[in-house]
Structure formats: C-alpha cells, structure tokens
Design a protein around this ligand. Sequence first.
Ligand SMILES: NC(=O)c1ccc[n+]([C@@H]2O[C@H](COP(=O)([O-])OP(=O)(O)OC[C@H]3O[C@@H](n4cnc5c(N)ncnc54)[C@H](OP(=O)(O)O)[C@@H]3O)[C@@H](O)[C@H]2O)c1
Length: 94
Amino acid sequence: MNSIGIIGAGNIGRAFATALGRNNIRSTLSNSRGPESLRDLVAGLGPSIEAGTREEAASKDIVFVAVNWSKLPAALNGLPDFGGRIVIDVNNPI
Ligand SMILES: NC(=O)c1ccc[n+]([C@@H]2O[C@H](COP(=O)([O-])OP(=O)(O)OC[C@H]3O[C@@H](n4cnc5c(N)ncnc54)[C@H](OP(=O)(O)O)[C@@H]3O)[C@@H](O)[C@H]2O)c1
C-alpha cells in the first residue's frame, strides 16, 4: 500500500484522515504547529493515523494538501520536489 501524507489538519484534512482511519489505511497528518499539537486528534482517529511534521507528510507517496489559501505558500515552502508523486490539491481561495 502506498503511504499517504496530509498537510493541513483542519476541516478537510481531518475529514480525509478520519475516512482513512476508518479503513485502517496508514497515513501521516500534519499542521503548522507540529505533531504534538495533533496528539489528541490522532488518538481518536485509530491506530493507522499518526501525527507528523509537514516535511514527513510531504515525503509520502501520495500527498493531500488542505490548508488555508493564504497560507499555501508557507505550507509548501522549502519542500522537496514532488517528483511525479500524486498530490491531491483541494485548496481554493474561498
Ligand atoms: N471547508 C470546506 O468545506 C472546504 C471545501 C473545499 C475546499 N476547501 C479548501 O480546503 C482548504 C482547507 O480548508 P479547511 O476548511 O480544512 O481549513 P482549516 O480548517 O482552516 O484548516 C487549515 C489547516 O491548514 C494548516 N496549515 C496552515 N498553515 C500551514 C503550514 N504552513 N503548514 C502546515 N499546515 C498549515 C492549519 O494548521 P494550524 O491550525 O496548525 O495552523 C490547519 O490545520 C482551503 O484552501 C479551503 O478553501 C475547504
């Protein structure tokens, strides 16, 4: 199974992680404040979901990006090239 990383743990990132957790699909959830801030959230999502850094999430085979539009540049800044990996971009300016 491919590894999955999620950048953004708000409404959308959390909903995706919840669906993955229900299906026992391993994935790494991240936000801007670091893994420690996600400890309680991931504890409720099941054993297949772990908290990680933005960089860890961005290193997975499939990367799901769900951050505030205005914060996208910062959320993607300095990350290695996705290099043909799958990136799911759910962001919009609304
Ligand atoms: N809500 C909807 O119904 C909906 C529907 C379709 C599309 N969208 C789009 O999907 C995107 C996400 O929406 P949302 O409602 O999930 O937003 P949200 O609830 O405000 O959550 C935003 C998330 O982005 C994280 N984030 C911000 N800056 C970051 C950074 N530099 N590095 C890593 N993570 C960062 C935040 O982490 P911290 O809290 O730690 O800062 C937070 O977890 C938006 O572009 C929105 O327009 C939303």
